[in-house]
Design a protein around this ligand. Structure first.
Ligand code: PAF
Length: 281
């Protein structure tokens, strides 16, 4: 496994693989890797000739300075895990390498980016699009792998690829959960033992809501999730929205869409977590 830090070095290395006719895939990450990332990398390794994993905590997608400061950075451990799962190249640039000057590009993915995370974290998806497009220009991957936990991000990246007409196939991969159901997230490591216990309510409630949905209307199911979260000490709900999985717009009735997903964001203590559940596809 090669670890490179500059775009020039990365491009030169990937050119040699390309000349050998190898399919090149990218798994973009912000590091602090866990089994969820490992599953993306393993799938990429199985499906492509070369897997590049980028490890870069992208400052432009953080709308909260403290969140950026506290984001876990564990490059050595990340490289050990990536070696184990068979990644070929780790691209771990410094901030100046990706942003030698301010990135003034402004993207619009409306209406996908005006709801949920887009509404709660102004500028977040613009920053995601800035870095993911730069990574796509640097790597020129045939495929790129993203987790479905960041459901809205995945939809926006597909839209960005469509808008920029980039020749990359976007592969969405299922959420990986801890044995007790908590969706894997780099932020989980920031939870205290007590918060980690409380955070279990999120996935448990989402799964219970699947049962609830079988005999109740959408409004009642939404209220069920909201009530459980709001009545759990230490959890502070930001939103729970039941949306059309393609447009990400809220729907009023189960029959309004063939693809129905519930998306949640909340604070567990000071840590912001997201998760989602598919009601219908
Ligand atoms: O999902 C993430 O970890 C980040 O948003 C991404 C796609 C690596 C861009 O920084």
């Amino acid at each position: 496994m090669r670890v490179v830090t500059t775009i020039a070095e990365l491009k030169a290395l990937l050119d040699t693989y390309r000349k050998e006719g190898k399919m090149i895939a990218l798994v973009p990450t912000m590091g602090a890797l866990h089994a969820g990332h490992a599953s993306l990398v393993k799938r990429s390794v199985a499906e492509n000739g070369v897997t590049v994993v980028s490890v870069f905590v992208n400052p432009t997608q953080f709308n909260d300075k403290n969140d950026l400061k506290n984001y876990p950075r564990t490059l050595d451990a990340d490289c050990r895990l990536l070696e184990e799962v068979g990644a070929d190249v780790v691209f771990a640039p410094a901030v100046d390498e990706m942003y030698p000057e301010e990135d003034t590009r402004s993207f619009s993915f409306a209406p996908l980016d005006t709801v949920m995370e887009g509404a709660c974290r102004p500028g977040h998806f613009n920053g995601v699009a800035q870095i993911v497009s730069k990574l796509f220009y640097a790597v020129e991957p045939d495929r790129a792998y993203f987790g479905e936990k960041d459901f809205q991000q995945l939809a926006i990246i597909r839209e960005m690829v469509r808008q920029l007409a980039l020749p990359v196939e976007i592969v969405g991969c299922p959420i990986v959960r801890e044995n007790d159901g908590l969706a894997m997230s780099s932020r989980n490591t920031l939870l205290s033992a007590e918060e980690r216990e409380r955070a279990l309510t999120i996935s448990r409630t989402l799964f219970e809501s699947l049962e609830h949905a079988k005999s109740n209307d959408l409004a009642s199911t939404k209220a069920f999730v909201e009530n459980v979260i709001n009545s759990t000490e230490g959890l502070c709900l930001e939103y729970y929205q039941i949306v059309d999985g393609n447009t990400l717009q809220e729907i009023a009735e189960w029959g309004d869409s063939e693809y129905v997903v519930g998306c949640i964001a909340l604070f567990c203590g000071k840590i912001r977590l997201i998760d989602n559940i598919v009601y219908k596809k």
